[in-house]
Design a binder for this molecule. Sequence first.
Ligand code: LLP
Length: 422
Amino acid sequence: MDHFNYRNGILHAEDVPLPEIAAEVGTPVYVYSAATLTRHYEVFSEALAGMPHLICFAMKANSNLAVLKLMGSLGAGMDVVSGGEYRRAKAAGVPGERIVFSGVGKTREEMALALEGGIRQFNVESEPELLALDEVARGLGLRAPIAIRVNPDVDAKTHAKIATGKSENKFGIPIARARDVYAEAAALKGIEVVGIDVHIGSQLTELEPFERAFSKVAELTLALRADGHDIRRLDLGGGLGIPYRRANTAPPLPFDYGEVVRRTVGHLGCEIEIEPGRLIAGNAGILLSRVLYLKKGEGRDFLILDGAMNDLVRPAMYEAWHDIVPVIEPAAGGPLAPVDVVGPVCETGDTFARARDLPPLGPGDLLAFRSAGAYGAVMASEYNSRPLVPEVLVSGDQFAVVRARPSFEEMLGRDTIPEWIG
Ligand code: LLP
């Protein structure tokens, strides 16, 4: 459920009509709903009720400071994957003891930053990384709390570019080698073992892969405890999918995911950490864009928008579907016709949808791309020297620009021309 609904024939974000935001901020623009973000956090928290847990928002999905501040104020921790994300989490007021540091290639500088600033745990992805972390921690006279990310060799049954839990993927340590690596970790003075980490992929639309992965983690917990390790936390990663195509998809509910967690690892007495990104932020945001032109082609028509692949890259990058809805509600049962929905960027990949059935639309009309709150603005670029798309946060009847569109002066000001040219 989200808070983007038609009221009196106009699409609203909570109580704010979207044309009002378009008029004030311009398009394209991302619009987020605070009530939806809050609700998704609470749904997860309820799903894990009865088990000690921490929901660490995977802020790679949406790292706007206002969003992070809101999540932090609800009690969320953060899953960060870079020094930049760590700094953002801290800037939003999230304490170090609620931040987990994931990622396959942490630099020594990033390790030191988090050790000095405070960190709940590092999710270590390889033996060389483990040794580097040990060295950095000892250099600072500290011990780094760690979980080792194990690769359970489970097929997440999702898009190949976002599956991470198979042995051919670059992530984690093969689960069969885990006992050896934990033994190695336990012998390092700069390392403190606190748990196990697993994450098998993103946009999972079935529970069975989670069930298989978590069961393997449960077995490993018992084996590692028998080896003398104090396994007190299980980080189960993120990955639960959302219904991008409302007409025909219904991914599992957080409640049922919670039941899988309970069934597989609930009896172990561990604190559960999960790292949802998409499920918290995805349906809490839309991309609002305006039609520039309707171009009649040969055998197909093109709806040319002011938004482009640099603003929302998911369709170009993953062939992803986003529901596209007109901001002015079309008459029920009115005519629909197939159009290609495209942006102005100079490549054919700048296509949001092919032959999408839409009501008649023309220049000036506003469209909303649904489910764009996760992996939307964070993946935007200034390709074609298009200004980075701005972001707006709505709460009830109020809204605020939480990232302004940069001016062309700012954009040009970032480059410098060396004096030896020209
Ligand atoms: N934890 C780790 C270690 C991850 O790598 C990820 C996502 C998450 C948590 C959060 O997964 P989620 O709950 O959001 O599925 N750009 C792609 C998605 C990349 C996901 C990468 N890792 C997209 O637009 O679909």
